[in-house]
Design a protein around this ligand. Sequence first.
Ligand code: C6P
Length: 415
Amino acid sequence: MTTATMGIQNAFDVEARRRDFPILATKVAGRPLVYLDNAASSQKPNQVLDAITSYYREKHSNVHRGVHYLAQQATEAYEAARDTVAAHLGARDRHEVVFVRGTTEAINLVAQSYARPQLQSGDEILITQLEHHSNIVPWQMVCEQTGAKLVVAPLDEDGQLRLDAFAECLGARTRIVSLAHVSNALGTILPVAEVVRLAHAQGAVVMVDGAQAAPHMQLDVAALDCDFYAVSAHKAYGPTGIGALWGRRELLDAMPPYQGGGEMIRRVTFAATEFAEAPARFEAGTPNIAGAVGMAAAFDYLNAVGLEAIRQHEAELLAYATERIAQVPGIIPIGTAPDKASVVSFLVEGIHAHDVGTILDGQGVAVRVGHHCAQPLMDSLGIAATARASLGLYNTRQEIDALVEGLDRVRELFA
Ligand code: C6P
């Protein structure tokens, strides 16, 4: 899809972009919705909604199975979506893109199909202190299964991953390094390319959890030189229930599938099964075809709006939000790394984060409160929960002002 067909101009116009998202017209408690929970899941533009509806109205059948017209239309739409996702991730080869349910499933796939068959007792998997549960639990499970050990690289006081501290955790037994590109709880952008260089020098492969990077920056697996990269569409203006695992072809082709079923085979007898090549061998059963179409439409949308324009808009808004929120008396910022993307996490002194979230909701302001599925990070910070405002391309300064007014109201109520 071109910029012209999507009706998007080159200059970033936030009001025009807001009109792409029908849900933003919602009123909550009689006030305009201020949606600042984009890291949990972002809203969907008409371009994505229309792509999904058109697919179901005009093209739907099952994929890779039929000779009839609609089966071919559906297969073409699904495989065209793979091309779009591959190009968006910077993959050299479309066979390197496996459609999965999301980042969580992508990491589980790598843990079970790549790590489990080759880890030996005493091998190490290195993660960082800020990981989401999705990038902790699958590795704990595979450690349990193989006798491997989970090692955790620490953060500094600003919530940054320092390369010297990371390098100290990297050893001769490190087989896999798995880290977030962007932290969901702190917003920190991690130095992935440098981590990859250090890890590769030790012979370890690197898996990157790109769940929070995809909505905010140009992705490029070739430039990062990582080995696996995971994304969820729903955080990047696409539908829920779909995401992608990118993996180096030679690694994917050598990995046994961890789920069996239809469409992932070359030949089945009752005695044995020969698996198809990647990516089909990892896509057992009828896939989320409409989801893949919607995911591709979301990436088309991001490109049409312009990822650099989005990055600039969000960086300005993040600086504004960080400054305004810090001026509210009693605010304690959590996560102060200089290199951050679109997340402001904070405590309000003496007031539980859940109360903060509930009072803000009463004013139409949606933020997430809690441990953000990063309980070990919260434990290491000595806190149970934060309030988190997470920004998307459609957020405005006025919405940050509404959040700050909401926080003033929180303080009044608890004074
Ligand atoms: N974080 C948040 O509010 P799924 O659920 O598979 O699409 O994504 C999981 C996931 C993995 N890694 C990171 C860094 C994430 O932020 C998330 C999802 C949401 O922060 C929901 S818990």
